[in-house]
Design a protein around this ligand. Structure first.
Ligand SMILES: *Cc1c(COP(=O)(O)O)cnc(C)c1O
Length: 347
């Protein structure tokens, strides 16, 4: 973070607090490539249990967890369906295609939801010798580029019904699934039970320095463990990092509610100054999208000059994300600053 500024570019910018660092230095570790790291093994088991799946795999990033999850279901030349702004198609640098020959088709939904009718029209399992066969569908909850939106759990159940008997598998990109849990009171487990594999991040709102976990059936996770190593992601005393994730699960889940309150506060302040820039009712979790017209880059530069860091994520769209290193006072200050920038921009 640029010193003295309020960094709202992502919830990945947090620093490990002393309690977390203490947990990391006390970790019971071993060589995880041999499966001998007690802290990594414990974390994998804990997250799998929390999400109601058989087994877990600790990975360096959420992108790697998604790559391994999607690879498990989609053979080279088959397709993954997902929403048009999904992280798997926008922000993983084409990894699924570049590494595993996965093709994608997308549907669009204003809130990033799993639009049942659109998916029904796209789905073509076992498509034969001419058309690409659909092997899996990816859902993102909360949906990052749609503005931290949460899926109704009923939509997940409906999606499961839709693919029943087709052989199509479901992968959940739950990088911010904990935010969905805190926002709705629907447990991460209730969301996860509708999916064949689920990835969750420990390094977003939970504030661990590194780490995600992929969960799924034991045989799929065993194979993903081999692929992780094949891709260069085998690690040795990973327990040092797993301990940070463990600490995060102990101490950082319930407090996500504060991030949601702070995001809403920022949106309210901006809305008061420039009503068309943001609809506060659209803020469901810790992400706020600002619709700033054509001048997104200029908006970002002006905010930066006044000590608030935000990100341009699409033409005309600026994103800000609250996190544990943003206090309520920071949120108020950032909201006031961004409100002034939006007002001056004549938005
Ligand atoms: C951050 C994020 C990921 C994983 O990102 P990494 O930087 O690879 O850990 C995956 N999906 C979504 C929706 C995300 O926001």
């Amino acid at each position: 973070m640029t010193s003295g500024s309020i960094d709202l570019r992502s919830d990945t910018v947090t620093r490990p607090a002393p309690g977390m660092v203490a947990a990391m230095s006390a970790a019971d570790v071993g060589d995880d490539v041999y499966g001998e790291d007690p802290a990594a093994n414990a974390l994998e088991e804990r997250v799998a249990g929390l999400l109601g799946h058989e087994a877990g795999l600790f990975t360096v990033t959420g992108s790697l967890a998604n790559v391994l999850g999607v690879r498990a279901w989609v053979a080279p030349g088959q397709e993954l369906l997902c929403e048009a702004r999904a992280h798997v198609v926008r922000a993983e640098l084409g990894a699924h295609a570049a590494l595993h020959g996965v093709t994608t088709r997308t549907w669009s939904h204003p809130r990033g939801r799993a639009d049942r009718e659109a998916i029904r029209e796209l789905m073509s399992p076992g498509a034969g010798p001419y058309l690409v066969s659909t092997a899996a569908i990816g859902v993102e909850n909360t949906h990052n580029f749609a503005g931290g939106t949460v899926h109704p759990v009923a939509d997940m159940a409906a999606l499961r019904d839709l693919v029943q008997g087709t052989g199509i598998r479901l992968h959940l990109d739950g990088a911010r699934l904990w935010n969905a849990q805190v926002a709705t009171g629907v447990s991460a487990r209730e969301y996860a039970e509708h999916f064949d594999t689920v990835s969750v991040c420990l390094s977003k709102g939970l504030g661990a320095p590194i780490g995600s976990v992929l969960v799924g059936p034991a045989d799929v996770i065993a194979e993903a463990r081999q692929w992780r190593k094949r891709l260069g992601g085998g690690w040795r005393q990973a327990g040092v990092l797993a301990a940070a994730g463990w600490y995060a699960l102990d101490h950082r889940v319930d407090r996500l509610a504060d991030d949601h309150t702070n995001a809403r506060l920022i949106a309210d302040l901006i809305h008061e100054a420039a009503g068309s820039v943001v609809d506060p009712e659209s803020v469901e979790t810790n992400i706020v999208l600002l619709h700033v017209g054509r001048q997104a880059e200029r908006f970002v530069a002006r905010a930066r000059a006044q000590g608030v860091l935000v990100a341009s994520v699409a033409p005309g769209v600026v994103r800000l994300i609250t996190h544990l290193d943003v206090s309520a006072a920071d949120a108020r200050k950032a909201g006031e600053t961004l409100a002034a920038v939006a007002r001056d921009a004549g938005a």
